[in-house]
Design a protein around this ligand. Structure first.
Ligand SMILES: O=C(CO)[C@@H](O)[C@@H](O)COP(=O)(O)O
Length: 234
């Protein structure tokens, strides 16, 4: 079972450079095994060319390594915190430094819902979390990154299942999903909508978000109780 988990997490990590979301070692993906209370994650700082399924590191929800010869991703405490907080809804997490999403994070701005591409996946803006304080950075930095994301969603009343991504100010995007593969998918979508939103503002600085009724329609026809997008076989 853990071998299958490692294989899936390996494939998710390898999908990050395939989709152009990371260069060098700038990202990581993980997946939760809810029954065991464990997750597998990429080892830290290992080149994607050299990565093998058996290199994936298995950790508990405190971020302690329970299996693996290599050190886990430096962002392991962030993943662990998010699984502890949201593990009932989130089964896979991805962090990247994809360029357009990072640009919004560095600007300290939410990615506005400018159109239906965005609304097909996110029920509202992709929120930019506050930057970490000096104390949070000099303390348990990566754990505090997870806390800042959770606090931001709580303060704004956002359900992480309805908005499966966030930006952390001055840092970059985190995305999640039901498993690692879906988290990668959402990381790709965040980058795409970040690019589109940036271009929208370049063309029309005062475009403003699309009408709420249109955003609602697109989100709900895919994710609402009466969703009809795609194949719905009886
Ligand atoms: O944010 C950073 C680096 O600043 C990390 O997320 C990124 O390099 C990936 O690190 P890991 O190789 O997963 O430890």
């Amino acid at each position: 079972m853990l071998e299958e988990l490692k294989e899936r997490v390996y494939e998710a990590n390898m999908d990050l450079p395939r989709h152009g979301l990371v260069v060098f070692t700038w990202g990581n993906a993980s997946e939760l095994d809810r029954e065991r209370g464990l997750f597998a994650i990429k080892p830290s700082g290992v080149s994607y060319d050299a990565l093998r399924p058996g290199d994936m590191v298995v950790c508990d929800l405190d971020g302690r390594v329970v299996e693996g010869a290599l050190g886990p991703s430096s962002d392991t405490p962030t993943h662990a915190w998010l699984y502890r907080a949201w593990g009932d809804r989130v089964g896979g997490i991805v962090h990247t430094h994809s360029a357009a999403a990072v640009a919004w994070a560095q600007a300290g701005r939410d990615v506005p819902a400018y159109g239906t591409t965005h609304a097909d996946y996110f029920y509202g803006p992709v929120p930019c979390m506050r930057g970490l304080t000096r104390g949070e950075v000099e303390g348990a930095y990566e754990l505090n990154t997870g806390k800042v994301i959770c606090e931001g969603f709580e303060e704004r009343g956002i359900d992480p299942a309805a908005v499966p991504a966030a930006l952390v100010r001055s840092h970059g995007p985190f995305a999640w999903g039901s498993d690692a593969a879906e988290a990668v998918y959402h990381a790709v979508v965040v980058e795409q909508v970040a690019e589109m939103a940036r271009d929208t503002e370049a063309l029309s600085p005062h475009a403003g978000p699309a009408p709420q009724y249109l955003l609602d329609k697109h989100y709900l026809r895919k994710h609402g109780p009466d969703a009809y997008y795609g194949q719905h076989m009886a």
